[in-house]
Write a protein that binds this ligand. Sequence first.
Ligand SMILES: Cc1ncc(COP(=O)(O)O)c(C=O)c1O
Length: 428
Amino acid sequence: MAGRVEILDGDLVAGLSADQLASRFGTPLYVYDMDVIERRVSALRSVLPGVVDIAYAMKANPALAVVSFIGGLGLGVDVASGGELATALRAGIPAGRIVVTRPGKRDDELAAAVDAGVRAVTVESLGELARLERIAADRGRHVPVLLRASVDGSSRVERVRIVGDGGAGKFGMADADLFAAARSAGRSQHLDVLGVHRFGASNVTDAAALEAHVIETVELGREVAVAARAPLRLVDAGGGLGVPYGPVDEPLDLVDLGRRVSRAAEGWAVAHDTRGMRLLIEPGRFLVGPAGAYLARVVDRKRAGEGHVAVLDGGIHHLLRPALVGQEHRVRVLGTRRRRDSSRPVTIAGPLCSGLDVLAASATLPLPDAGDVIAVLDAGAYGFTESMPLFLSHPVPAEVAVRHGRAHVIRARVEPETWLATQVVPSW
Ligand SMILES: Cc1ncc(COP(=O)(O)O)c(C=O)c1O
C-alpha cells in the first residue's frame, strides 16, 4: 500500500493540523481520511482473484458520505437493516450490488429488500424463509437468496466478548435447518437459491485462518446447492478481515491472503459444480478502521498514584469499543512540542460519571496539558454509531471526511439543545 495507510502521519491527521481541525469543527470530533479508505480498497482488490466481489459491511461506518464514497469506488454493500438499505440506496449503490444480512429481519425490511431488487437476501432461519417466500409471492417476485450457516460461536472472537457465547445460535442455521431450508427454497416458485452465507470470526489477522474459512464455506455451499437442486452461484464468506489495534499486533498479510485465495480459486474454476460461482466477502473494519480517528481535548490533568490521569472532553459515549470489547486503541498526544517531551504512564479518561469511561488505562505518552488534542486511532470502524452518545447529555461530535487535503463536515455536530427540543413534558 503506497502512501498513508492510516490516518496519522507524524502530527498530522489526514494530512492536516489536529489543532486546526479541533478549532474549526470543535471537539470531540471524528475524522476520516478518504484517501486512506481508497488505498485500502485498492490494496485488497489488487491481491484478490477476479472471482471475488467485495461488499462493504456498512455497519462498520454507515455515514452516508462514507458509503457513497466506497460505492463510487465500485464496491457493493452489505446492509443489516431497513435504515442501512435506505442509506445505501440514497448513496447511489445499485440494488444489484446490495446484499442484506441480519437475524430478526422484520417483514417491512424483507419487503423493502424485495422491492429494491437486491442482489441477495440472506435467510437466517426456516421461519424467515417462510416469511420471505410469502412476501415474494404477494408481490409476484422471484427473490435471490443465500442461506446462512451458523458457525461455532467460539470462533466469533469479538462478539463472544459482547454477548458471552457468540450469539447463542442467533446467527444462521445449524445443518439440519440449513439443508431443510435448501430443499424447501429449491422447490419454491418465488425463491432462487444462489448459495450460502457464513461469517467466521471478527478481526482475524491470520491469512491461513481466513483461507480455511473460505474453503470450508465453499465446500458447504456445494452441498447446499445439491440439496436445493440449483447451481452454486454465490458463496458469501462474510467479513472479519482484521486490523491491528494494540502496539504489538501484526497486520493481516494481504499478499499472503491473496495468494491463498487465488490458489483455491484455480480449483473452483475447473470443478463442474463451482465453475459458475462467485465469492463475496463483506469486510467492514479492514476498509475503514485505520482511516478514522477520534479527537478530543484534555480538560483536566491530575496525579493519581505513581502516574497521571488526563480527563478529556470526549470518552466512551462516543467511542464505546474499548469498554465494549475490552480492547484499548492506540492514543497519541498531538503537537510537536509534546512529541519532544519524555513519555510516562498516563491514563486517558473521558468525562462520564462511570468508571468504565477510560479510553486507555496505562498509555505511555508525553504528559498532556489541558487544551492539548488527543487522537484515538483506528476509530473509523465500530466507533461513532456503535456508541451511546446521549449518556450524560454531552454534544454529539461532528464527523469530518478529508479528501485530497480538504476537510468536509459529513455529519453535523449536535448540541444537547437539539434533543432537548424533541422532548415534551405532558400537562399531567
Ligand atoms: C454479516 C456480517 N458481514 C460483515 C460484517 C463485517 O465484519 P468486519 O467489520 O469484521 O469485517 C459483520 C460484522 O458483524 C457481519 O455481521
